[in-house]
Ligand binder design. Structure first.
Ligand code: F6P
Length: 741
């Protein structure tokens, strides 16, 4: 509208300038025309009475001459008529003949002369024509009042200006109408082309078609836009909480951010000493918590702590982090049965082993599946209640919520749903084991964007879709359209915050080493290896212990000179597989300790308890080598945390080739955890690595983790979400305009 008003003002200005420019010309034309008009009137008067005047003069009938003259002045434009004799004497004149008129001021000429004379401030046109008389040739004078002509000329000028302005305005209006009509047609063409190129169904009935060339150019432009990497991908951006906040403010202004995960970031437990707060051992929490601290919003999660209910308000909310609140944690309560079916059963006995190739057979029970769906519905309701807007950005986390995206889409159709699958996605053949595969895939395809850690997992997912449901896969756009809804499927390698908060409170590396040695009774000359994880069979803890056995067998020089600290947080202990794993690990470690411990230090310290991030970072800083031997892992953030903890650029990372992190941390010693001998050799290589090589490798890995930190992970997803939202807004706008005619 404003644009149209601007155009209208411009057009009016142009018309005004036109009128001003043409006004002097119009004035000259009108004045000349008025004068000529009066001259011809004068001539007409002369011609009409010339003979009668001659006759009256010849007959000496003076009074007839005067009355003849008076009869003419009935015309209001004619001021006066008079007769001058040959000597220049005014012999006869009408009443209004100016007193000061002198015949000399209107000299006679052959065919008539015209002159302008002044009379009491006004102008008079005096016309003089020869008249034959008995006493020689006199002349007839005809006086017209020029002020009348001037008034008429002014009027004519006004009409002229109005006519030009009118014509100008009419032209402007005509041009505007044509432009408006044309622009509507073009907009229609552009909307149609964008919609077609974006893969949306043709939504504009009877939309004008673009000329083939134009259409293809437009389509190319839209495709370029689609393919163009987001700004932050193309240039070197230092991702930080500030960058993320800026991005949110700039690309997603006023967007409401909601996160949903099973695991909560802060757990309150009742202990003998009162209420204790715990930060769970979870890669998901380690990654998302800093993002939420930066962005604010609401995090909806299962309230699993024994004192969780005591610490929330009447709406089950608590502001966190408790020391410096930055966002809201909304706890959802689950019954024992729901936890048994949804969490332990379907998620951790079914999907977890299904997605990890770790040779624990998945167990899918119908009752667990029902419980899983029920809890997904429960969370969908909780999120719908928490949402303050109809189009929030909802970050759905992990395999606990495979059907949640679709449930959310039904409740909040305008929401942008970003789902991130934190664990691997197996190949289609493996996934076919799941009896509920179609529902799981369909549920995930309620997402706007579905993210995995690696391109390999994305490919596996697309292959699974292709195999089991009727959907359109666009490999160029990396998207799946199912039931008319498009889901973008992209890799977003997760990471950690940089610099990690837990590093802030750390003492120097030497201090950490002294402290750890003192706590565990490790001598000065003993090298230290660490492993930190949840006690989970996918982490390869047993394989690690076997490898240490191999190391000490093949390299006896390390006996008594190497200890391995394994911090393992008890996890999912209600499940037999996890309990057995703990038992087996304890036995195996005990056997290795018995074999090599003898009188010296035991080579393996198995610390089965929860470690807070500060403790974990202290262990990392004290270590000579960190071993991550996952049998299969989506990413594994322990590897990245170890690298981040080593600001002294020392220490060696031994990393499983089956962890997603091995794609990024190529300077680690990459190992096959199933090969105990090879893993043992890699630990030996790490322990013998010269300091300068350690530094070179650590520098490169630190640069990598610093640059590709968790703010980048969240930022890339949010940038993609912003692009989808912008595109949707274009389509909405086009539809609205279309509806509005
Ligand atoms: O690896 C997947 C994952 O969800 C991680 O993100 C997290 O570290 C872990 O599993 C959570 O385990 P749980 O919440 O069952 O203790």
């Amino acid at each position: 509208m404003q644009t149209y008003l601007r155009y209208a003002a411009g057009a009016l200005g142009a018309v005004a300038i036109l009128v001003l420019l043409l006004a002097p010309l119009a004035s000259v034309l009108v004045d000349t025309w008025s004068l000529r008009d009066l001259e011809s009137r004068s001539k007409l008067v002369y011609l009409s009475i010339k003979d009668q005047v001659t006759r009256h003069l010849a007959s000496g009938n003076d009074s007839d001459v005067v009355s003849l003259f008076e009869s003419l002045t009935a015309d209001e434009k004619l001021l006066a008529v008079g007769y001058c004799d040959e000597a220049g004497q005014l012999l006869f004149a009408t009443k209004l003949m100016p007193a000061k008129f002198a015949c000399g001021s209107a000299p006679s000429g052959e065919g008539g002369t015209f002159s302008t004379i002044e009379n009491e401030g006004s102008k008079i046109l005096a016309a003089s024509f020869p008249v034959a008389a008995p006493k020689g040739t006199g002349h007839l004078v005809v006086l017209h009042d020029l002020s009348f002509a001037e008034r008429r000329a002014a009027k004519a000028r006004l009409h002229w200006a109005l006519a030009i302005a009118g014509a100008g305005l009419a032209l402007v209006a005509l041009a505007a109408l044509s432009a408006f009509h044309l622009s509507r047609q073009w907009l229609g063409v552009i909307r149609q082309t964008i919609a077609e190129a974006a893969g949306a169904p043709a939504f504009i009935p009877n939309a004008p078609r673009a000329a083939p060339l134009l259409g293809s150019e437009l389509r190319q432009l839209v495709r370029d836009l689609q393919r163009a990497p987001p700004l932050a991908e193309g240039i070197q951006v230092e991702w930080s909480p500030q960058t993320l906040r800026l991005l949110l403010g700039h690309e997603l202004p006023n967007a409401e951010v909601l996160v949903v995960s099973n695991r909560e970031p802060y757990i309150h437990n009742r202990t003998g000493d009162g209420i204790e707060m715990q930060i769970p051992a979870s890669g998901l929490v380690a990654a998302l918590e800093p993002v939420m601290r930066a962005c604010g919003g609401t995090w909806v999660a299962h309230g699993s702590g024994s004192a969780d209910r005591e610490t929330v308000d009447a709406h089950d909310r608590i502001a966190v982090p408790p020391s410096a609140p930055a966002y809201t944690l909304r706890r959802v309560w689950l019954s024992e049965d729901q936890q048994a079916g949804y969490y332990y059963g379907f998620a951790n006995e079914g999907l977890w082993p299904l997605c990890h190739i770790s040779f624990v057979p998945p167990n899918f029970r119908e009752a667990d599946w029902r419980s899983y769906q029920e809890v997904n519905r429960l969370f969908a309701e909780a999120i719908a209640k928490e949402a303050r807007s109809d189009d929030p950005i909802i970050l759905v986390q992990d395999y606990h919520f495979a059907v949640l995206p679709r449930l959310l889409k039904e409740r909040l159709p305008r929401a942008t749903i970003l789902t991130f699958w934190h664990i691997p996605w197996p190949n289609a053949e493996t996934f076919s084991i799941c009896p509920f595969k179609e529902e799981i895939i369909g549920g995930l395809l309620g997402s706007t964007i579905l993210g995995f850690h690696t391109q390999f997992h994305c490919n596996n997912f697309l292959e699974t879709v292709d195999r089991f449901i009727e959907a359109r896969i666009d490999r160029e756009r990396a998207s799946v359209t199912f039931g008319g809804h498009e889901t973008i499927v992209r890799p977003y390698p997760i990471s950690i915050e940089w610099p990690p908060q837990a590093l802030e409170k750390q003492a120097s590396v030497d201090e950490c080493r002294r402290s750890v040695r003192a706590e565990l009774g490790i001598g000065e000359d003993v090298h230290i290896g660490v492993g930190v994880e949840r006690f989970d069979y996918t982490k390869g803890v047993l394989n690690r212990i076997r490898a240490i056995d191999e190391l000490l067998t093949r390299h006896p020089e390390w006996r008594g000179r190497f200890v391995f600290i394994q911090a393992a947080a008890p996890s999912r202990s209600k499940l037999d597989t996890y309990r057995h794993l703990q038992e087996e690990a304890k036995e195996l470690a005990g056997a290795v300790n018995a074999k090599y411990g003898g009188a010296g230090p035991e080579p393996i310290h198995l610390l089965i308890r929860h470690h807070e991030p500060d403790e974990v970072f202290k262990l990392f800083r004290a270590a000579d080598v960190c071993v991550v031997s996952s049998l299969h892992d989506g990413m594994n953030l322990v590897a990245k945390e170890f690298v981040a903890a080593r600001d002294d650029e020392r220490g060696v990372l031994v990393l499983s080739q089956f962890a997603g992190a091995s794609r990024e941390l190529a300077e680690a010693l990459i190992v096959n955890p199933y090969d105990a001998h090879g893993l043992g050799e890699a630990i030996d290589e790490a322990l013998n690595m010269p300091l300068n090589e350690q530094r070179e490798r650590m520098r490169l890995m630190r640069a990598q983790v610093k640059e590709r930190n968790v703010y980048r992970w969240a930022g890339q997803m949010l940038l993609d979400a912003a692009r989808v939202r912008k595109r949707r807004r274009i389509v909405d706008l086009a539809e609205q305009r279309q509806l509005g005619g």
